[in-house]
Write a protein that binds this ligand. Sequence first.
Ligand SMILES: Cc1ncc(COP(=O)(O)O)c(C=O)c1O
Length: 441
Amino acid sequence: MTYEPTLEHACRRDEADPLRAYRQRFALPRDERGKPTIFLCGHSLGLMPLAARQLVTEELDDWARLAVLGHEHARRPWIPYHENLTEGLMHLTGAKAGEVIAMNSLTVNLHLMLASFYRPAGKRTKILIETGAFSSDRHAVTSQLAWHGLDVAGHLLELTPPAGTDTIPEEAIESCLEQHGPEIALVLWPGVQFRTGQAFDLPRIARAARRAGAVMGFDLAHSIGNMPLALHDYDADFAVWCSYKYLNAGPGAIGGCFVHERHLLQDIPATRGSSSVAAGATQPPHLMGWWGHEERTRFRMESQFRAAPGISGWQISNPPILAAAPLIASLAIFQEARIENLRAKSVELTGYLESLIGRLEPDARFITPREVRARGCQISIRITGSPTRGRRAFEKLGERGVICDWRDPDVIRVAPVPLYNTFEEVFRFSEQLAQVLREIA
Ligand SMILES: Cc1ncc(COP(=O)(O)O)c(C=O)c1O
């Protein structure tokens, strides 16, 4: 596919886009004068699906109308509310029923998973992460080490990109696991790196972790709703994510969690829906709360804990209905549009962006890999020149109605999201960036 650096070309691409109608199903932000902005920040907080308002309003109405009776009699009863989300999450994660759940938020879920799966024993005590890991992931991991009485210096392995590069080749992860394998208890890796936009080959990393005898956990904050996933087939042990980025479920929305069926017990019959977890699996211990108790007998409030089947047993508290309702709206859109179709459009959008930014080199440089399989929606651009030039360029883009974001020390992140962004916006963004760079040469 050839790309032309003209507005006409961009508009022609939009007209030919089979997914173009989905844009109308989102609230498109405007500036204070009511002018449409160029929103390219779905990697941070996705746009509001218009249907979310109705879903939230329905829950408020049911609360007003039914009060406590809404737990059982709301149009979507609150007790099993999270089950409204399971099918959509299965589609996006490639999980089996019983392996995936919406609950809590990302870092909380990460702690719950580490409580279950980080079991240092003998020589196998280390956790492997990347040097540039998202701060919250590193905090979670270092505090878990401390929880076990282990020091960071001796037990946290951090893999750095090769000198002079920004990204970590999968070979480097494999070599590290080969070299340190017997000491590594757990690998925590992102699906897409938040700063560089690098998308990792997850099945390859999971295979390497398993060969080394380590537990494999993924942070999919920047992957879910961005790229197709097949967590069950990847044989990951666990994964966690948030729903406010590509899943468009709103600020502080309910997060999600995956545990592979080989860690799940099915010794208690499911009371609702079906669970396909493996017979004979052994389940690691997990932190408990009443919502992880089997649903049928939960309200007997017995002192003995009887785990709900599958990953449901990991639940702690009753679900935040108002933080989950928008996700129902968003997942319905994903199920209609299909993640494979969205990925195909995303590849075209980032391909177009790459060709346009290529014309701005050496002032602007892609740090996201050029290889299509190694990137998702997000493109990270380094602005060269003085140390303050990038930040100034970012601020000037904001003044011109471009919503993107900045990551210290020198990266502008943009993400054309196939559900609601257009080729025209990609073109206009590159024009604005070109002008801004000329102004602050
Ligand atoms: C990669 C990654 N990990 C963890 C977090 C923290 O998420 P939360 O505040 O939902 O726990 C984020 C938030 O953006 C993230 O991008």
